[in-house]
Design a protein around this ligand. Structure first.
Ligand SMILES: Nc1ncnc2c1ncn2[C@@H]1O[C@H](COP(=O)(O)OP(=O)(O)OP(=O)(O)O)[C@@H](O)[C@H]1O
Ligand SMILES: [Mg+2]
Length: 264
């Protein structure tokens, strides 16, 4: 579904600020994969998603989506396949517009410039979709989205994103700004939508428990590399302790290697 071959990304090449954020990553995302991604700040997680969406282009390597080489295609051309949700709940919707207007605009994606007014049938449809969130939002169609809580707003963003049935759903710490209860609710919805619509998805999280509990495959990134790729039984029997130990094992090996190199 997504074939990433040997991509690297160096920012500010040739300057004092040169920074290689992604180092020779190859990754095959299979249809139906729900991949969780962990890794410390600056590990390159967001950059990897940016490379997939095309919001930045790789320095080297190739990216194929659904068999098509999109390595150099602009972001807007890939947007049809990809739904993306960010950490900040205000990013996915317009706070100054009502719920129904937000949903209307989202459902008219691709018909830019056409102002198509809402009819009763569409309103009914939106209501039905909002019922699925179990947050009572179906009774607030005319409220401005800015009045919603962070959790409600992120749930609405999630709903609007999955309505277009993206081939790939990218979640970048999409529950990190929510309180624990709302984070659980939005994660539960995420899981339900992924199951119901059989979405392929990648979810970045700093919560190791969530990374283990959700998805069929877990990637750990560090310093621009994927240092761990776990699925199947190994993923199912993973614990936070095992994951932390694995990280230390891998990094220990590297430090030893580094030291060995220093003595050359
Ligand atoms: N547009 C950019 N220009 C220059 N450097 C960048 C740019 N985007 C990311 N970087 C750098 O690339 C590295 C990886 O950043 P990235 O945002 O991918 O990390 P991350 O794993 O998502 O971290 P976090 O958990 O903090 O979100 C960092 O050193 C960052 O400063
Ligand atoms: Mg990030």
């Amino acid at each position: 579904m997504i074939d990433i071959s040997n991509i690297s990304k160096t920012f500010n090449l040739g300057t004092v600020n040169e920074n290689t954020a992604i180092r020779d990553i190859s990754l095959n995302v299979r249809k139906g994969d729900f991949i969780t991604i962990v890794g410390s700040n600056g590990a390159g997680k967001t950059t990897l998603l940016n490379l997939i969406t095309g919001s930045i282009l790789p320095s080297t390597g190739t990216i194929k989506i659904l068999g098509k080489d999109v390595t150099r295609s602009p972001e807007y051309k890939r947007a049809a396949y990809i739904g993306r949700i960010f950490q900040n709940p205000t990013l996915g919707t317009s706070g100054k517009l009502s719920l129904e207007d937000n949903m209307n605009i989202c459902s008219k994606k691709g018909f830019k410039g056409l102002k198509i007014s809402l009819n009763a049938k569409q309103r009914d449809l939106f209501k039905k979709e909002l019922v699925a969130l179990e947050m009572g939002l179906e009774d607030r169609l005319k409220d401005n989205v800015g009045l919603l809580s962070g959790g409600q707003r992120q749930a609405l963003t999630l709903l609007m994103t999955v309505l277009s049935r993206p081939a790939l759903l990218l979640l970048d710490e999409h529950t990190a700004a929510l309180d624990p209860r709302n984070a659980e609710i939005v994660l539960g919805l995420t899981q339900r939508f992924i199951d119901d619509y059989k979405l392929t998805s990648m979810m970045i999280t700093h919560n190791m428990k969530h990374a283990i509990e959700f998805g069929n495959r877990l990637l750990m990134m560090d310093r621009g590399e994927i240092i761990l790729d776990v699925s199947g039984d190994e993923k199912r029997t993973l614990t936070v302790e095992k994951l932390v130990n694995k990280f230390h094992e891998i990094r220990q090996t590297e430090y030893v290697t580094d030291e060995a190199l220093l003595t050359l």
